[in-house]
Design a protein around this ligand. Structure first.
Ligand SMILES: Nc1ncnc2c1ncn2[C@@H]1O[C@H](COP(=O)(O)OP(=O)(O)OP(=O)(O)O)[C@@H](O)[C@H]1O
Ligand SMILES: [Mg+2]
Length: 489
């Protein structure tokens, strides 16, 4: 009976015309994405037939309607995934269903492309009557809803579009803008319309000046499966069957970081990435939990001190085979030494490491410098019971050691890593793949400070690098424990 049913179904599919088959595929993609019926029908009437990943992004956009739903949806993360097409399609969906909606569409274009929006909307919305005002750059719908198009090449061009209020803002190529500029734009997102939740949509590729904030805001929660205010829908050129052969050929011909970013949509890259052998799925080990270090493994701490910048402290161990594990991280800005010491003590306690097991606490040279009052930061630590020791600060040696220990899992045969990081070290995990080559000294990692919001700095890396260099020290070459046993943090 079941076999007969399958045979009948197969025959029915075979008898379908290609058009019917496409319609059936589309229906099943809509069901899977969970798009509301009215959304699909409205788009079809406008002449838009979205592809499966685009349908998912549009379904996510509708989640913004509900109280407690997301307010920001990002689509793409690689070249050619149909981002620009989706952007116009989604704004069209919103504009059609809410009369009088005001949308801002910020497009990244070269000067020559400024006028191309008109061609684009004729191509994407063939079935819809809209009125395009070239001078104003506005697309007006029959129900009074408007899309204002703005064009930018960099941060500076954005200011021309600030000051007005918008119900929806869509930023294309969002990583080409800094976080503070995006914040400026989003301050224009307000509504006085009943039953409308203001929302922002983004499309983008990895890399560029906005890589770090975008990754922190969208990619990390998506990877963790912990999205709340945001949703990210990944799409690469493989999700776009309309892309032409030449375009795909160009992407497939790319090498190195560009291939990883633009073809594969890999967020663990940045232009000139230093640690190209970093693989999140390999080096980050969620199984390195508290209590991971065996009682006979060596244990030590390292820290890079900062006040305006982060103080980043790491807890290390090494197993009998010489594999190093970074067990935990403490990173804070604007804290006084006492508070850091308390937090580091808490870190040891949650990892079930007794203080006397800590071989050493290595710190960068700045903590040993005398300040104008003759005091050293190291003295402050000492008063809290933490005796800091001078780390090997050679940047080039530290970078080489990091690189060596990451191995190369893509090589045949693979080169096994000898460094693993617990997923408790979120700052370091975020920082490593974003580190760049220093253009003036290729074998070094470029020094970068975090921005005003704390994104993009390398304090985590410096802190961990100091600790990593210690493993070369022979066991037993250190003196007594650097933390006073009687100190109660
Ligand atoms: N649903 C669709 N229906 C028809 N054509 C589509 C659809 N989605 C994308 N395309 C076409 O595929 C091509 C590439 O899409 P699009 O320009 O939107 O990609 P993109 O991700 O913005 O690319 P880039 O990274 O270069 O900015 C365009 O010609 C676009 O019109
Ligand atoms: Mg595009």
């Amino acid at each position: 009976m079941r076999r007969a049913l399958v045979a009948i179904l197969a025959l029915a599919v075979w008898l379908m015309t290609p058009m019917e088959r496409n319609a059936a595929k589309f229906e099943s993609a809509v069901r899977e994405a969970g798009n509301p019926r009215d959304q699909v029908e409205r788009m079809l009437r406008a002449g838009i037939v979205l592809q499966p990943r685009q349908l998912v992004a549009s379904a996510m956009a509708r989640l913004c309607d509900a109280d407690g739903g997301p307010t920001e949806v990002a689509y793409g993360g690689a070249r050619g995934g149909g981002k620009s097409h989706w952007a116009i399609a989604q704004l069209t969906d919103d504009c059609q269903r809410y009369p009088g909606l005001k949308c801002l569409l910020l497009r990244k274009v070269g000067k020559a492309n400024r006028e191309n929006f008109q061609d684009l909307r004729t191509k994407i919305l063939p079935g819809l009557r809209t009125n395009y005002n070239k001078t104003e750059g506005t697309l007006t719908f029959a129900n009074g809803s408007v899309i204002k198009t703005g064009h930018f090449q960099n941060d500076r061009d954005i200011d021309a579009y600030l000051g007005l209020e918008y119900d929806v803002i869509l930023i294309e190529e969002a990583t080409t803008l800094t976080k503070s500029k995006v914040d400026d734009v989003l301050s224009c997102l307000r509504t006085s319309k009943p039953l409308w939740r203001p929302r922002a949509y983004f499309t983008t590729n990895p890399g560029n000046v906005g890589h770090a904030w975008f990754k922190a805001r969208f990619i990390e929660p998506w990877r963790r499966g912990g999205e709340s205010a945001t949703r990210f829908v990944q799409a690469t050129v493989n999700d776009n069957r309309f892309v032409n052969r030449e375009y795909r050929g160009r992407l497939e011909g790319l090498t190195g970081w560009k291939r990883r970013a633009w073809l594969l949509g890999d967020w663990d890259i940045a232009a000139g990435q230093y640690y190209t052998t970093w693989r999140h799925g390999t080096h980050v080990r969620p199984d390195i939990g508290y209590g991971f270090a065996e009682p006979d493994w060596r244990v030590w701490l390292s820290l890079d001190y900062g006040f305006a910048h982060y103080t980043a402290a790491y807890l290390f161990t090494v197993d009998g085979d010489g594999t190093v594990y970074i067990l935990d991280e403490h990173a804070q800005r604007g804290w006084l030494v006492d508070a850091h010491c308390e937090a580091i003590t808490a870190m040891l306690e949650r990892n079930r490491i007794a203080r006397h097991r800590v071989e050493t606490i290595l710190a960068g040279g700045d903590v040993f410098k005398r300040e104008s009052d003759g005091e050293r930061v190291a003295d402050d630590y000492e008063r809290n019971g933490f005796r800091l020791e001078r780390a090997n600060m050679s940047r080039v040696d530290g970078a080489a050691e990091f690189l060596r220990r990451l191995g190369d899992v893509d090589r045949t045969p693979p080169l096994r890593p000898s460094l693993y990081i617990s997923d408790h070290c979120s700052g370091l995990i975020d920082c490593i793949p974003g580190l760049m080559h220093d253009p003036r000294r290729g074998e070094d990692v470029k020094k970068v400070d975090c921005d005003d919001d704390g994104f993009g700095g390398d304090d985590y890396y410096d802190g961990a690098r100091y600790g990593l260099m210690h493993v070369a020290q022979p066991a037993g070459s250190w003196g007594s424990s650097p933390i006073d046993d009687d100190w109660r943090g």
